[in-house]
Design a protein around this ligand. Structure first.
Ligand SMILES: Nc1ncnc2c1ncn2[C@@H]1O[C@H](COP(=O)(O)OP(=O)(O)OP(=O)(O)O)[C@@H](O)[C@H]1O
Length: 596
């Protein structure tokens, strides 16, 4: 014995309204879509057939109903049973069940969305060479069907759908609401739609690129569109085309920086009917500096028609649109570098994110993005030309600490401490194997400072011993070198690695036994200590070396140590503050005493 499923229409409508469609307003979209498809079907046999869709809201029908009329193919009595009254049956699929790509619909459920706002759907339809038939479907699953009696026949081929509103849902059918929803979804449709006498389909779609329209006029049209839809006047407009997906569109480049982590929503049309204003993954992630509006014939919607189906074609589209944006940037670099620089000033983060993996973009950054260097702002290409080796600091703190001293020794260094910069700088040799890049660390710099002559070295020895003894408890290693600028008495040098070791050691001192031993495993065997390099060219340092008064020299050593910390933008630990107090008060006392 075999049986057929029974379907409870109320259950299905509930499912649609709560789980499929975001809002009952989609009923207008589904009705317009069916009308467009019916006209498309009629025109495939008879290309000259009339094409018009008219929506009459209750304000004009006068009987509280809403009416949608089309000049489409119409249905015969048998087709009404098969198509209108069978859930999931659609005339828009081929024999194998695939969506026929000339139609918008495909699932065979769209008409049911009318039950979100209506208790009753009436359809009067007439196919070529057939009588007019009248169908009435109720939300509880019943339907009636009969041939229209004399006097109620349709004069022309086509279909009229009438909705009798459900109590409490009348507002969805009112003229203002219908006009707004019809414009939102249908303003770009290829077939004219009117709400009463007011046209809904107006103007040129943004992706239209008509040779007869002058470039400046088109740009003004697109600027106005972006302002209205996205709320900004674009920095530039990029035409998009992916023929494999029947896709045309435009990307509007934001004139202001965009947050890379914020949502990027694009406006997508399917066969000129709005799919959604909120499609997120149309472009690669790095392309957060554009907003797009595209129309596609081949990408598939999900059943709710509110999102795109993730498939290989969508992947291909994403990649191809990414290529278009990259192409635009490289072209701009060639034809209008100043504009490219202006673009990079706003969107460097997105471009740099891309350049981490993309050589073409890396070249763009290398050529056009000015980095902070201790020789003034320079592009990496300019830096390389002037200084051969691209020396850089991987953190902003290190740059601040080393920049001036390195410059005084004639060592040029790039600040690669901002997001992506160190990765990009170290990757330069991927572009050209002759490019040499090198990290400049504090200890590197120390080795580049000029050592003293042996006899001078000997003469400063007592000072060095005293200084080391004074600063041992502060965990600092002391050196004396001769370097520029002579006005700088002492230089505090701290590498990234050393900074970590210092932090760990400090943590170890403050932590309880268990933590202390855990942290100890990280610091074991490491002798990284920050270095304090006294400058033998500095007159004050020479004086301190020559005082012959150990107490005064100690006070000077402590004072110069803290000053070097401050110059290097280093935080003061309690022990450092104590050294500062001791030195300052001691020196004051000596000064007062001297004055007495
Ligand atoms: N205005 C119309 N003129 C002619 N045929 C129509 C009309 N409206 C609906 N139909 C017929 O009814 C069928 C079911 O329509 P329905 O809107 O439920 O689904 P669909 O348009 O096929 O697919 P989708 O669920 O994707 O919208 C359609 O396939 C079509 O054959």
């Amino acid at each position: 014995m075999s049986y057929t499923f029974h379907v409870d229409l109320r259950g299905i409508v509930d499912l649609l309204s709560h789980h499929l469609y975001a809002s009952p307003r989609v009923y207008v979209r589904e009705l317009m879509q069916n009308a467009v498809d019916a006209i498309t079907a009629r025109r495939s046999d008879d290309p000259g057939a009339p094409g018009a869709i008219r929506i009459h809201p209750p304000e004009s029908t006068g009987d509280g109903t809403l009416r949608v009329e089309d000049t489409g193919i119409g249905l015969t009595e048998a087709q009404v049973h098969e198509l209108l009254a069978t859930i999931g049956r659609s005339s828009k699929r081929d024999d194998l069940g695939f969506a026929r790509h000339e139609f918008l619909g495909q699932f065979g459920i769209g008409l049911l969305s009318c039950f979100l706002v209506a208790d009753e759907i009436r359809v009067r339809t007439r196919a070529a060479g057939s009588p007019t038939v009248e169908w009435i479907g109720y939300a509880d699953g019943r339907y009636e069907l009969h041939v229209a009696p004399a006097g109620r026949e349709r004069p022309e081929q086509g279909t009229t759908v009438t909705l009798v509103p459900r109590r409490g849902e009348e507002h969805w059918l009112r003229r203002d609401a219908v006009r707004e929803i019809a414009s939102l979804y249908g303003s770009m449709l290829p077939i004219p739609v009117h709400v009463d006498d007011e046209p809904i389909t107006v103007g040129l779609a943004p992706w239209e690129n008509d040779a007869a329209e002058p470039a400046a006029t088109r740009r003004a049209r697109l600027d106005a569109y972006a302002q209205e839809v996205f709320g900004f006047t674009p920095f530039d407009v990029i035409d998009l085309a992916v023929p494999a997906a029947g896709l045309r569109g435009v990307a509007f480049v934001l004139p202001m920086p965009a947050n890379p982590t914020s949502r990027v929503a694009h406006r997508v049309y399917l066969k000129q009917m709005l799919l959604s204003e909120d499609i997120e993954r149309l472009l690669p992630e790095w392309a957060f500096f554009v907003r797009c509006v595209v129309d596609t014939g081949e990408l598939r919607p999900t059943a709710s028609r509110e999102a795109l189906y993730e498939d290989a074609l969508l992947d291909q589209v994403r990649e191809s649109l990414g290529d278009s944006l990259r192409g635009w940037m490289t072209r701009l670099g060639r034809t209008d570098p100043h504009r490219l620089q202006a673009f990079l000033r706003v969107h460097h983060l997105g471009v740099k994110a891309l350049a981490v993996h993309d050589d073409e973009m890396l070249r763009l950054v290398e050529q056009w993005w000015p980095f902070e260097t201790n020789m003034g702002p320079l592009t990496l290409a300019e830096f390389r030309e002037r200084h051969q080796v691209v020396r850089y600091t991987p953190s902003v703190d290190e740059f601040r600490q080393l920049a001036a001293v390195a410059a005084a020794q004639g060592i040029a260094v790039v600040n690669a401490g901002y997001v992506y910069d160190a990765e990009l700088t170290s990757r330069l040799s991927d572009l050209d194997s002759t490019i040499v890049t090198e990290v400049l660390t504090a200890s590197d710099l120390a080795t580049r400072l000029e050592p003293l002559d042996p006899d001078v070295e000997l003469a400063v020895r007592p000072f060095l011993v005293l200084a080391q003894r004074t600063l041992d408890r502060l965990g600092v290693q002391v050196l004396v070198r001769a370097f520029e600028p002579a006005s700088m008495p002492a230089l505090h040098l701290l590498d990234g690695d050393t900074a970590l070791a210092v932090d760990l050691r400090q943590g170890q001192e403050q932590a309880d036994e268990l933590w202390s031993s855990i942290l100890g495993t990280f610091t074991q065997g490491r002798d990284e200590r920050p270095q304090l390099v006294f400058n033998h060219r500095n007159p004050l340092v020479r004086q301190a070396i020559a005082t012959g008064d150990d107490e005064l020299t100690t006070l000077a050593i402590e004072g110069l140590y803290v000053q070097a910390l401050l110059l290097g933008h280093q935080p003061l630990r309690p022990a450092d503050t104590a050294a500062l107090n001791q030195s300052f008060l001691g020196l004051l006392a000596r000064a007062m005493g001297g004055a007495r």
